[in-house]
Design a protein around this ligand. Structure first.
Ligand code: DGP
Length: 110
């Protein structure tokens, strides 16, 4: 499904983009800032990353930083989450990092 967003076949509210990564707003935001950062190249989850994706992973991290600056939450703080597999409550099987902020978050999350 996120490949369709990358391809431009599904609309998204884009926040940032690089050659390797795309950042867009989550459909069901849980905070004032709730952005998903994904690699354009399809990979299912963190568990499926390998050495061939090193450059993609580095780009994801710099894109996450860019999102926090654009959203103005780089100083106030934020949370980066990658739900993974069944117990991790992953529902979309294209690696994505949730960047969540803009309000005080609790810990632990549940
Ligand atoms: P999870 O796999 O549990 O990390 O959650 C996937 C997230 O993706 C969830 O917060 C809702 C969001 N989402 C699902 N489908 C779409 C979509 O088509 N567009 C956007 N912008 N977000 C989506």
């Amino acid at each position: 499904m996120f490949c369709e967003i990358v391809a431009g076949n599904l609309p998204s509210d884009k926040v940032a983009e690089t050659e390797r990564s795309l950042a867009f707003r989550d459909l069901n935001p849980v905070a004032p800032t709730h952005v998903l950062v994904i690699p354009k190249r399809h990979v299912e989850s963190i568990g499926h990353l390998d050495a061939e994706m090193t450059a993609d992973v580095a780009d994801l991290v710099t894109t996450i930083q860019e999102v926090t600056r654009v959203e103005g939450i780089d100083e106030s703080g934020y949370r980066v989450v990658a739900n993974t597999g069944t117990h991790g409550a992953q529902s979309v099987f294209h690696l994505h990092f949730h960047v969540i902020g803009g309000r005080q978050l609790g810990w632990p999350p549940e």
